[in-house]
Write a protein that binds this ligand. Sequence first.
Ligand SMILES: Cc1cc2nc3c(=O)[nH]c(=O)nc-3n(C[C@H](O)[C@H](O)[C@H](O)COP(=O)(O)O)c2cc1C
Length: 153
Amino acid sequence: MSAKLLVVYHSQSGSTSKMAAEVIAGARDPEVDVEVRACDALTATADDLLWCDGFILGTPENFGYMSGGLKLFLDRVFYDCVDKIDGKAYALFVRAGNDGRGAIDSVQRILKGLNVREVQAPLLFAGEFDETRLPECRELGLTLAAGLEAGIF
Ligand SMILES: Cc1cc2nc3c(=O)[nH]c(=O)nc-3n(C[C@H](O)[C@H](O)[C@H](O)COP(=O)(O)O)c2cc1C
């Protein structure tokens, strides 16, 4: 049976969506046999998180924190998932106007409570949106997918 990778992201004005599209494309690399489910944070559910073997979260930084959309997702799923997803692999990508550390810290703090494992350093795009860095997003998706397929994560 194929490993399962979930991508959950939120974007208000579209730049985190651009990153997400590349992450998802990397995860769906035809060379890798992994089932990929991509969800908007506003509609993703606890069942999605319980279904996957590993996951990738994406958010902009808003007011020094993750976006309200991603926070709402984590609020909604926390009690249904706590103690049930221990040790699952995850990675994070963040889009920020100029900083990003608050978004990263806030996600990491909550995910520590869910006892999941961060297997890649967070990918941060801060400042003017740099399209030339989009291959890093593709690489992130591919790395998680390949790691799950190989049983490394
Ligand atoms: C309400 C609001 C609050 C923001 N707060 C921050 C912030 O605290 N730090 C930062 O670096 N950028 C901040 N930004 C900039 C966003 O992170 C940036 O515009 C990002 O590209 C938005 O992502 P999106 O296009 O996926 O919605 C803020 C933007 C908005 C609209």
